[in-house]
Design a protein around this ligand. Sequence first.
Ligand code: UDP
Length: 242
Amino acid sequence: MEKPEKLIVDGKRLDGRAPDELRPLKIEVGILERANGSAYVELGANKVLAAVYGPREMHPRHHQQPDTAVLRCRYNMAPFSVEERKRPGPDRRSVEISKVTREALEQVVFLKLYPRSVIDVFIEVLQADAGTRTAGITAAAVALADAGVPMRDIVSSIAVGKVDGTIVLDLTNDEDQWGTTDMPIAMVPRKKLITLLQMDGHFTGEEFKQALDLAFKGCEQIYDAQRQALREKYAIKRGNKK
Ligand code: UDP
């Protein structure tokens, strides 16, 4: 798309949202039979799958840690997920996102309970419209819970940014591309513990505070949706057993 003259008109964004509004969010739990835990997240046009395996014995063995499990994350974008076909396989961007995803999640996982083990988290982006790293973290946190991995709490993630001088929640690809700032964040909302903060662009100190505040509000909504999705799956399971 060519750069539009304005990204915000009469207080509304190009897709009709208010600056502090999330895109429609859908979370499904346990959709893959062969993974120990899984989740599917749609956030606007983003479609992201997360699968968790483990804890299980770490292979190759020389990667084993004697006193802790290792959280191994792989973020991958399907070739058909973006407008211009993405070359399959890892690249600099996916290696970076895999790393920050691990860092965002490992703070809440009780890794010390499983020495010499690995917990594998696979994130597959099927369709992308900006915010895939945050949607991936949101999905992975739910998949970890679905796998029964002991965790302190759930991590929730969203991006905030600045578009036409306005602080906005949950940027689309057009807003990411034509806006001035993109700041993906992950956190444990109940503790207000931030586990990921990246920034592309600039904020003044005041804007940063405003953006952080908006990210907290967005993450609280995501946290509620994550817990609701987990409740739905496990309530149905209990019901079936009767
Ligand atoms: N994107 C793309 N091709 C690529 C990488 C990214 O079209 O090879 C698009 C995609 O829509 C992605 C967006 O650019 O969601 C923003 O990418 P960024 O690196 O900021 O990560 P994200 O916002 O997805 O976490």
